[in-house]
Ligand binder design. Sequence first.
Ligand code: FAD
Ligand code: SF4
Length: 307
Amino acid sequence: MAGNTLFVRLRWRCISENREKAKDPYFLGEGPDRVGCELCGACMTGCRRDAKNTLDKNYLFFAEKFGAQVIPERRVMDILPLSEDGSAGYRVTAVKTTGIFRTETVYRTKGVVLSAGVLGTLSLLLTMKEKGRLPHLSNHLGQRVRTNSEAILSVRANASDVDFSKGVAITSSVHPDDHTHMEPVRYAQGNDFLGLLAVLMTDGGGRVPRICRYAANVIQHPVSFLRLLNPFGFARRNLIVLVMQTHDNYLNVSRKHRKIWPFVKTLSSSQASEKKIRFTSPLPMILCGGWPGGWTAFRSAFFPKYT
Ligand SMILES: Cc1cc2nc3c(=O)[nH]c(=O)nc-3n(C[C@H](O)[C@H](O)[C@H](O)COP(=O)(O)OP(=O)(O)OC[C@H]3O[C@@H](n4cnc5c(N)ncnc54)[C@H](O)[C@@H]3O)c2cc1C
Ligand code: SF4
């Protein structure tokens, strides 16, 4: 909450000061100078204007300031304990991720803390387990990986005069029931690539396979389907809705050969929890697009300016 207040203050101050540099309003002013928010909407794809806390802007800055040595552009490929229980330390092998040659560097260390994100850490540990490198790794590695049951949905406005791409990416949220949390999100103008991933929303379940339901959906809504094929203008015309739930959902993650590219193993996930994500809110009505009142309600909740 305090962070949000500071963010709003910084935004206000720097807009009013015509994008002059300002002292870091976070972290007791210890961080690098900042420039105010331009309301460009690119927060999700990376703030290029130094207005937002980001790893490369200030978190690594602090790490180095407080004594950490950051070795950039290296991917850890191997971790080998120098004794069975690791008490003699570890040998860590990393390769350079940029440049023509994938130069290898070997480090020796007393201990290792893995913080490569969920996917990076699991990928590395599962590989180490396959190679028998870390003999005490649990057989349950990769099982019951908790998630926030997130679904990414979008609502498209057919009117051509809307522009949802201006402003901070996420500013509000709605809790339609005790388990569900929705956040409207914007992307900056031109950040339309995500549009290529969009499909018509089609429910699963029941006897009819989802792919058949999808085909029926396409036949019923050919214009909407054709519009989806053109991603240009996606950020301007679409509201992305992040829907998260606190239900007891989790995944199993493993490394597998995929049919599409069977030559290497890659991370793969499958739903492990019995309960699947359920919407108990009016959300499906809003997002299926078949209920104009739903769209109006959604628009007035999040974007009163366009109501
Ligand atoms: C689009 C998006 C929006 C989000 N918004 C929010 C938000 O508003 N608020 C919030 O609290 N959280 C948000 N999150 C979640 C938050 O960003 C993550 O929970 C957090 O960044 C996780 O931090 P981490 O240090 O564990 O991992 P990461 O930030 O993922 O860092 C892991 C690092 O390890 C590196 N790495 C991976 N494998 C290797 C390897 N083998 N060797 C060396 N390095 C490796 C990766 O390159 C990466 O730099 C968001 C996430 C996303 C994707
Ligand atoms: S809207 Fe987001 S990306 Fe754009 S300047 Fe502001 S904080 Fe940065």
